[in-house]
Design a protein around this ligand. Structure first.
Ligand code: ZN
Length: 250
């Protein structure tokens, strides 16, 4: 059968020298493995659409688990990312996160849209990479069913949370007075600004996800908290994140 869909390439691997095996987040059938035959040959018509992070109109032929890309028209290839190693490595990390939380066969338009919006924001470069990364990680966790409760201190219920800390495994915040209830070593410090940003990210209109500003100190707290929260909830590490970190340190 044929399947006409839109798809974002989350991973690509070389296959038999001239072909690629792709992991694609499709709009109609969730995550799928797709063979792009001859995609590495000179002049291939599917070369552009089979690159990592390309978003395209795709015609697939086959059946579940055995799709072949027969035709493709790139819609957006996020060109600015391709000449910026830091942004490209961050985009690859976004792709690995999307792959980790998406399901085969089950379309998830919100997830695909979040991924595309994050890649657009990275490409545009109007927001700091760290802001885009944190907002993406946190919102992704919400879509994956791990939405943290950042509305009030989990113990005393105060919404004006003094010296807030995020409990990474529980997904709750606690104030200074209630810190005694905290499990050892599993909480990270926030501040008024980073807590407000988390509240915004969790509840805002998805189209305005990256439309907030934050001072440098608050942004670094948000970054540390969002990343640690995602890794704790998903209970794994990401090779692409390690690579991104190694580039940033240089
Ligand atoms: Zn409290």
């Amino acid at each position: 059968m044929y399947l006409n869909t839109k798809g974002l390439v989350l991973r690509e691997a070389v296959y038999k020298e001239t072909s690629r095996i792709l992991t694609v987040l499709t709009s109609d059938a969730g995550k799928q493995t797709v063979t792009a035959r001859g995609a590495k040959r000179r002049g291939s018509r599917i070369a552009g659409a089979s690159q990592l992070l390309a978003f395209s109109d795709m015609m697939l032929y086959g059946s579940r688990g055995r799709w072949v890309l027969t035709e493709a028209r790139p819609i957006e290839i996020f060109e600015p990312l391709r000449s910026d190693l830091e942004k490209m490595s961050l985009g690859s990390y976004f792709a690995e996160l999307l792959e980790a939380v998406s399901d085969e066969e089950i379309p998830n338009p919100e997830l695909l849209s979040l991924g595309l919006n994050a890649l657009f924001a990275l490409s545009e470069g109007k927001r700091k990479n760290a802001l885009v990364k944190s907002a993406f990680e946190l919102r992704l966790m919400c879509l994956a069913g791990f939405e943290p409760d950042v509305s009030a201190c989990q113990v005393c219920g105060r919404t004006d949370v003094s010296a807030p800390r995020l409990d990474l495994s529980g997904g709750v915040v606690r104030c200074r007075d209630c810190r005694g209830e905290e499990p050892a070593g599993r909480a990270v410090p926030l501040c008024a600004g980073s807590l407000d940003a988390m509240r915004y990210i969790v509840g805002c209109d998805p189209k305005k996800l990256f439309s907030f500003t934050l001072g440098d100190e608050a942004l670094s707290r948000l970054s540390a908290a969002a990343e640690a929260f995602a890794l704790t909830q998903l209970d794994r590490g990401f090779g692409t994140l390690e690579f991104y970190r190694s580039i940033k340190e240089e």
